[in-house]
Ligand binder design. Structure first.
Ligand code: UTP
Length: 227
């Protein structure tokens, strides 16, 4: 089965790159490969990306340049995960889906960061899932699912077992600003609305169960339903 996995920057690099999280993520990818799945991995930038963007903003950087700063940081994280995968991957992250697909066809695991300015790596994962013909798309985030409201702000927020992409579009809005914080970026959600790919949002604690979850196993996160 072809699978696209997105490891959020909040998981891999909550403050700085977290060694254990990179090891955990690489372990799950290895197991997927052992189970004969083909995997595209996309990683986010986390807090370091926001710090670079924040400093760049103070220094007068334009919106496009700030997005580009973010992309550079996501690609650094991609390098770390590729390093953890050793021979299974390639040191330098593919910049396009065409390159990623070529790597996949050579039996490697492409680990991508960002691509072009104006969206986050959530959108890269949704686009990558489409480009590779993946039949499952998993997002691993720090909050572990989609909530009825932001759980960091609203104590009454509850985790949803499932949500339609159309409904999710209302929760996330439409505009993408450099370093923005939403559970999934609006560009990604719009694409999920059109794609018919099984999409699941899970938390860091479920990384070891990823191989079971992609094969239809239970999870404590949220399923995003097309339409
Ligand atoms: P992230 O994907 O890390 O954003 O990209 P995020 O939503 O904060 O995700 P997590 O929490 O780290 O997983 C960081 C920034 O880099 C720019 C955007 O400005 C984004 O906010 N970026 C990233 C792009 O412009 N294009 C890309 O393809 C990827």
């Amino acid at each position: 089965m072809r699978i696209t996995l997105n490891f959020g920057g909040s998981v891999l690099s909550p403050e700085w790159p977290d060694l254990e999280s990179f090891r955990l993520a690489a372990g799950a990818v290895r197991e997927l490969v052992e189970r004969r799945h083909q995997v595209l991995v996309v990683v986010g930038g986390g807090e370091p990306a926001r710090r670079y963007i924040g400093v760049g903003e103070e220094l007068g950087g334009s919106e496009v340049l700030l997005h580009e700063l973010g992309i550079e940081v996501t690609r650094l994280n991609a390098r770390l995960l590729a390093m953890a995968l050793g021979e299974l991957s390639e040191p330098s992250p593919p910049a396009t889906f065409r390159e990623a697909l070529q790597l996949m066809l050579r039996g490697k695991v492409p680990v991508m960061g960002g691509t072009v300015p104006g969206h986050t790596t959530d959108a890269v994962a949704a686009m990558g899932a489409k480009a590779t013909g993946s039949s499952a798309l998993l997002f691993v985030t720090d909050v572990g699912g989609i909530y009825s409201a932001d759980p960091k702000v609203d104590p009454t927020a509850r985790k949803l077992d499932r949500i339609g992409a159309g409904e999710l579009m209302k929760l996330v809005g439409t505009r993408v600003t450099p370093g923005m914080r939403t559970v999934l970026d609006p560009v990604a959600v719009k694409l999920l609305h059109q794609l018919r790919i099984r999409t699941v949002v899970i938390g860091r604690g479920e990384i070891p169960r990823i191989p079971l979850i992609v094969e239809g196993g239970e999870h404590g996160g949220t399923e995003i339903l097309p339409g």
